[in-house]
Design a protein around this ligand. Sequence first.
Ligand code: DGL
Length: 266
Amino acid sequence: MIVEDKNRPIGFFDSGVGGLSVYARFREILPFENTIYFGDLLHLPYGEKSKEELVGYARAILNFFKSKNVKAVVIACNTSSAQAYDVIKTEYNFKIYPIIQSCAKVISELGYKRIGVFATEGTVKAGKYTEELNKYNSDIIVKEVAQKNWVSIVEGTLNDLEQAKKNIKNDIKEMLDFNPDKIILGCTHYPYLLSELKKYADIDLFIDPAKIFVDYIKNDLSTNLNSSNSIGSEEFYVSDNPRKFIENSEIFYHLENLPAKIEIFN
Ligand code: DGL
């Protein structure tokens, strides 16, 4: 049986649960799509990995999605979008949506002059937010600041979680001194920390790019959207520790079953 193009699934990936901040929004707006989510817990945190490693992970994950006959892949990870997307973008015959490059144009048109970006070390090192925002508006002053422990707070891999949460106040000082009009949460894990961040800064200061990103994907996919009336199927895979994934995912998205652990890296 030939699977109609529109019914083919859409793949999502991130190093862990962070990409669910995008995925949850996607399911809300496009519930009829069939989706597959892959969390690369084995290689978490991506923020500390080299470009070469990140390209290797992205290739293995995209090859897995290719074997699933996807119609598109969403890179729900800023670090991978910053470091791997440019290298692999022409290697596949399905559409690939990287979060930074897909959102930059919209954000650049919102009229802000000073934009801060909180992101992982890998994303900040690549300077992709600055490059992409300035591509559309060279007057915007961008400041990117990396945080050490924020992904680990969300993934629950720290020994002293309470101390790390207290440190958030110091972590954001440098950014607040820059006096930004807005701060992009440039790591898909960070929206999980909004309840902590709002203790030290006005919550309206933050932009979670998930909404902009999903609107962009919806528009771009428009002719290829699944028009069926039944709720789309969902599959979840991880490269390590399914139980940890389901526990940590709860804040953003409720999974009915444990994700399947698979080996796709060689
Ligand atoms: N959530 C990812 C991002 O948006 C990666 C975080 C990490 O594993 O360091 O950058």
